[in-house]
Design a protein around this ligand. Structure first.
Ligand SMILES: CC(C)(COP(=O)(O)OP(=O)(O)OC[C@H]1O[C@@H](n2cnc3c(N)ncnc32)[C@H](O)[C@@H]1OP(=O)(O)O)[C@@H](O)C(=O)NCCC(=O)NCCS
Length: 346
């Protein structure tokens, strides 16, 4: 089979690439929004600053090179179309420091013929040539990508559960009940957009306390960074809402939610955290319930809220389950050592 490298993709190649993404999406990603042509073009052309990318495709019709053309195969796409594509992201400078990121997509009618494996071997060459020692891949649970990656040296390092709360499913009075049951000695405050000056430093301290030192290398927040993050949301035209639980001047816990501009039916949960010394008092549930009440008053057009839960964050999963969030999809991050990936000669 032919594998072609697309250094500088043409319009026709972008169109073919998009065709593969759309066909794969239809087969594997029920419930997720389909990629648009503009998103595909941005993916292939719009280089992120500081990241290089390499692209490969397997043409669907290859009558002159038909070594792997199985009987009845390669007819579902027009001559010249792509049967499969692969993208390798190379963030930062060449070298072992950071893993590359691989994404392989094979049209459903062309699977189990070794195309995915071949593209992985080609990308592995690209990885090694760039001095990388590792690679990661993001996949949806329950799709063929899981057995594919697990049979090629990858193991799962992270699970992310995408959960959705349909506000219409909340029992009447539930949020009010939870708000009324808040802990003694704490009070709620809320603001829209950028944090008021009086809470900025305290919110930054709460954000720093929430950062898992193992995961984020002790991520530091200050008032300026908190404001800048909120300004980025505002520049996109989205609305950021924050509810915080205060003990004196201290932010003991907070929750943030964003109502996107132009798609206000579904809001996105951002950070929720309770500082370690204030845990065990149901503050997470309290601030989230207060957010639900506020949202109902302020943005009645919001019908559902989506949130991502990373790893085995049992407390946050329990809080979300108590509020009525249901798991909608589960994605996984896989990792492999470049040395364990298939090689072209195999
Ligand atoms: C995952 C994917 C790329 C595999 O492509 P493919 O061309 O079918 O894979 P291959 O034919 O090279 O499979 C190689 C081996 O992987 C394993 N494998 C692949 N698909 C599998 C499946 N559905 N069930 C079980 N094992 C599977 C098998 O061991 C297979 O060898 P075999 O066919 O000899 O048993 C393809 O299913 C796809 O595009 N999925 C959607 C997009 C995606 O999630 N990509 C992953 C991101 S990296």
């Amino acid at each position: 089979m032919d594998v072609i490298a697309l250094d500088d993709p043409t319009d026709a190649q972008i169109r073919e690439w998009h065709g593969v993404l759309a066909a794969v999406h239809a087969a594997d990603h029920a419930g997720e929004p389909a990629p648009t042509r503009a998103q595909t073009a941005a993916l292939l052309l719009g280089a992120e600053p500081g990241t290089r990318r390499r692209l490969w495709a397997v043409p669907a019709a290859a009558p002159d090179h038909g070594a792997s053309a199985a009987p009845g195969g390669f007819t579902a796409v027009p001559e010249g179309g792509f049967a499969a594509v692969a993208l390798l992201r190379l963030p930062g400078a060449p070298g072992a420091e950071r893993p590359g990121e691989i994404d392989i997509r094979v049209r459903p009618g062309h699977r189990r013929r070794g195309i995915g494996r071949r593209l992985l071997a080609v990308a592995a060459e690209g990885l090694r040539a760039d001095g990388r020692t590792g690679v990661i891949a993001q996949v949806m649970a329950g799709t063929p990508a899981v057995p594919f990656l697990e049979s090629h040296g990858f193991s799962c390092v992270l699970t992310v559960r995408g959960m959705v709360l349909r506000l219409g499913d909340l029992p009447p009075g539930r949020a009010e009940e939870l708000v009324a049951a808040g802990p003694e000695g704490y009070r709620l405050v809320r603001w829209r957009g950028v944090v008021p000056d009086e809470h900025a430093a305290a919110l930054a301290r709460a954000k720093t306390a929430m950062a898992d030192p193992a995961e984020f290398a002790g991520e530091q927040w200050d008032a300026e960074r908190v404001r800048e993050t909120a300004e980025v949301v505002a520049k996109r035209g989205d609305d950021l809402y924050t509810v915080a639980a205060l003990r004196g001047p201290v932010v003991a816990g907070f929750t943030e939610l964003v109502v996107p501009h132009g798609a206000a039916g579904r809001a996105a949960q951002y950070d929720t955290a309770v500082a370690p010394e204030h845990r065990g008092r149901r503050i997470g549930l309290w601030v989230k319930a207060a957010m639900l009440r506020w949202l109902a008053e302020e943005r009645p057009e919001v019908r559902e809220i989506e949130t991502d839960n990373v790893g085995d964050n049992a407390h946050m999963l329990a809080v979300n389950a108590e509020l009525g969030f249901r798991v909608e999809r589960e994605s996984m991050e896989y990792q492999a050592a470049a040395a364990d990936l298939p090689s072209l000669s195999a």
